[in-house]
Design a protein around this ligand. Sequence first.
Ligand code: CMP
Length: 349
Amino acid sequence: MGNGSVKPRYLKRPDSHVGSCPFGCSRCSKVLKDPGLSISTITGAADILRSKIWELEKELKRQEEELHERNYHILELQEQLAKQTRTISDLTEELKCKCIQLNKLQDVVVTQGTNPFLFSTLIETPRASQVAGNNRRRGAKEGVSAEPTTRTYDLTEQPRFSFEKARVRKASSEKKLITDALSRNQFLKRLDPQQIRDMVECMYGRTYQQGSYIIKQGEPGNHIFVLAEGRLEVYQHNKFLSSIPVWTAFGELAILYNCTRTASVKAVTSVKTWALDREVFQNIMRRTAQARHDQYRNFLRSVSLLKDLPEDKLTKIIDCLEVEYYDKGDCVIREGEEGSTFFVISKGK
Ligand code: CMP
């Protein structure tokens, strides 16, 4: 049984990889690979491993916390994105509403002249999102009054408008500048390109002396202008609002919305403008509305269900008709929704 001395026990290596540190630590690996390891050496290596594990656990916890924070941040961003998407959708609806109102306005200008009641009811239509919250069906016609505008194209009562007589010759470079000015205006840019072209054709030069008022707040509006030369300033209740840059359209609000002038416009220097008379503007709108009316009538008459309808009833339908566009795959009607609209397919399947 030997001499009673205790021989040091050696670490067995059942296979080759036991001799390396699982964490890749070179010091541990060296110790573990040593065939003459003592108990104290092994204890030391275990301590090293323990502290390594502790460090790694700490690091893991830190990384988990960081991941948690990032996930939370992603959630916040997703919420923000959803909110912004909702805002964009609301604004898009509002814009659509305004376009529809403007189209209606054109029709009313044509038929009702300047009936303030009709204009104000159309302009004050609530936002689509206020009407139906955020669950509005795409393409649905919120904000469009179902009341007919009782359009009667009684052209005999009005003096016939001659576009040729209203036309004023001008250089094509000037036409381009006027067109750009009208198209940049946030209200006028919604008009048809043909209407803009007609407006440009009928604008005529008007000059104003330094210090004079081109527009006075509170007065009725008789012209739409484009500034060609000089400096203009806008005042509201004698308070300066802004300057008008050259080649900008102004004076459109009172004409489009049949209200009095919302601000005064004063010439800081002598000024040259291009002006369009209100009546000419209304006649240009009438031409388009009448063409649209005829087009709608022909279309509706081609629908078998409507072809025998009395003329006055068809006119009422035309008054309420709006063109809606749908992309491939869009849902036009959803099962279970309240039915407030009927559709006539003009094109597509
Ligand atoms: P209208 O109201 O017809 O007549 C005054 C015009 O001044 C108005 O149309 C706009 O074209 C213009 N206007 C009104 N407010 C401002 C403003 N804050 N800045 C620049 N132009 C304005």
